[in-house]
Design a protein around this ligand. Structure first.
Ligand SMILES: [Zn+2]
Length: 541
């Protein structure tokens, strides 16, 4: 310990789980500036308290490193919070009622955005149609996004504005659903979103102004620190986000650290100006580039090696060609831009892994930190490749909650064993970080810790967990939302654990995650969040 040093902040009488290599526990943490200067006993830290030191008495509460979310969509979190909330609706009349309510408070002609609907949760068990939406909102363009964000419903006004008719051909990798008369029903799948809102999922392009997008990001950043997140990854950013994050930070309105990945269509620009992963500062940082390779499981568009069991004619959808993936990964890697590739199905994962192998052979790279987001349906061979190439699995354990219901139906008993097979990945020594994919799921990081440790839905079903052999220990789950999140963006030396010299990013929480019954992990409350030694959120403490 550093004699003669006076701390700016001292946290004492705490149960500090440092999440260092040995999961050491200490009583107190001392901070100078934005870094951790000392850890140890309360008396030791108190000896460095001066007249200007802010002393936080944790009263025995648990202190953890700040939480990381390695895959989320902050812009959509903000926009959706302002839109029609369709997540809980139970039938089509209720769905329409909500759209009607929202359209009443939005001036005619302006966009009504909605999010979260799921036909499987609705009594009718089918997609609503544009004609139904027209009955409640004929004078607004209406754009309603399925909870999985791969299916979209538009009304007639928006369809007309965008020139979509029965004669419009399906775009590559997308489908305009038509009825038996050949009329578009209003349902658009996958890349067909580009006919209505190209780039929307990246930039909010075409639907919202820059100021609205900036406000949406601010909304998300404020909620993030309430959930105990000190670092978030914007996994698919575009120009609107880059500018907005910079402005928010320069106006001192960004409480959380943000790493962003630009969509792959930006790669040429990135390379032309010489931008490399890691550029930026400890608050806003360019992490790399992102490509989406397949779709989603719930819409049968995740690309599988063998056909879906319940729809034998399909093996899912590859949204880009193998050559496009190769060109992207090679160009990025050659130019020191790290990649994160979205691949859910074993077919898509296999292709990406093969491409990674080829790229590393052609262009040997030290520590490329290649990442694959989602990795839902795996295989033994693929897990071995992850370890061999040190591919980081950027996983979303919260998806187990719904996935446990459809994965058995979709892939059958053999392949089901490789659904969300986190223990297998862990045992193979694969690095795994975790994200919530918010707004697809809540951004509460403890839901990920819960889901990966117990493999149940929020109601505790099934009682023993889905494929309980794949549960991972809580201490490992905690590492996924802290130090492994830092590792994924190459920042494990500066954050992710409570160790001297690292950023003072910490949370004080209601319970000790390693002591409470795992079923209670989802109920852990965040009482205080600190980023760089500054308290950015405090509640009931
Ligand atoms: Zn995502």
């Amino acid at each position: 310990m550093n004699k003669g040093l006076y701390l700016d902040v001292a946290i004492i009488n705490a149960n500090v789980i440092t999440v260092d290599k040995r999961m050491t526990r200490v009583e107190a943490v001392g901070i100078t500036g934005d870094k951790i200067a000392a850890i140890g006993s309360s008396s030791g830290i108190q000896s460095m308290v001066g007249s200007r030191t802010k002393v936080i008495d944790a009263k025995g509460r648990t202190v953890l490193p700040g939480m990381h979310d390695s895959h989320m969509h902050p812009l959509l979190v903000g926009h959706f919070a302002n839109g029609v909330q369709l997540g809980e609706v139970k039938n089509i009349p209720e769905f329409l009622e909500r759209v009607k309510e929202k359209s009443k408070v939005i001036p005619k002609g302006q966009m009504v955005l909605g999010f979260g609907w799921n036909q499987e949760r609705m009594d009718e068990g089918r997609y609503p149609t544009r004609w139904e939406v027209d009955t409640v909102a004929p004078d607004h363009p209406v754009f309603l996004i399925h909870w999985n964000a791969h299916i979209y419903l538009v009304n007639t006004m928006l369809m007309k504005q965008k020139g979509i008719t029965g004669d419009t051909p399906d775009p590559p990798g997308g489908t305009i659903e038509k009825d038996e008369r050949g009329e578009p029903t209003g349902i658009l799948l996958e890349n067909a979103i580009n006919l209505v809102a190209p780039g929307f999922l990246e930039t909010g392009a075409g639907l919202f102004t820059f100021e609205q997008s900036k406000a949406a990001l601010k909304y998300c950043a404020d909620r993030a620190v309430e959930w105990g997140l000190t670092s978030i990854v914007d996994i698919l950013a575009g120009d609107a986000q880059v500018k907005a994050y910079q402005e928010l930070e320069s106006e001192c309105k960004l409480p959380v650290r943000v790493n962003f990945y630009l969509g792959y269509q930006y790669l040429d620009n990135v390379v032309n100006i010489g931008l490399e992963s890691g550029f930026g500062d400890c608050k806003v940082r360019f992490a790399g580039a992102k490509m989406i390779v397949d779709g989603s499981l719930s819409s049968h568009t995740a690309a599988l090696r063998e056909p879906y069991v319940d729809v034998p004619g399909t093996r899912g959808v590859m949204r880009v060609t193998r050559k496009e993936i190769k060109d992207f990964v090679l160009k990025a890697t050659k130019n020191r831009v790290r990649v994160d590739v979205h691949a859910l199905g074993d077919g898509a994962i296999e292709t990406v892994v093969e491409v990674f192998k080829e790229v590393l052979k052609e262009h040997p790279t030290k520590d490329p930190r290649l990442k694959i987001s989602h990795c839902i349906i795996h295989g033994k061979d693929l897990i071995a490749d992850f370890k061999k190439l040190n591919i980081i699995a950027n996983v979303q354990p919260v998806f187990i909650m719904k996935g446990q219901n459809w994965i058995p139906k979709f892939v059958g008993p053999e392949r089901e064993k490789y659904g969300h097979a986190y223990k297998s990945l862990l045992d193979a020594g694969v690095h795994m970080c975790s994200g919530t994919d918010a707004p697809i799921e809540t951004m509460n990081p403890f839901m990920n810790v819960y889901a990966v440790s117990v493999r149940k839905d929020p109601n505790g079903i099934p009682r023993d967990g889905w494929h309980p052999e794949q549960k991972i220990p809580v201490d490992q789950a905690l590492r996924m939302v802290t130090i492994e999140g830092a590792y994924a963006t190459g920042e494990e030396d500066v954050k992710g654990s409570i160790e001297i010299g690292k950023y003072a990013d910490m949370v004080i929480v209601s319970d000790d995650p390693l002591e409470i019954p795992p079923d209670d992990l989802k109920n852990i409350k965040v009482l205080m969040t600190m980023v760089g030694g500054k308290v950015v959120h405090q509640k009931d403490f």
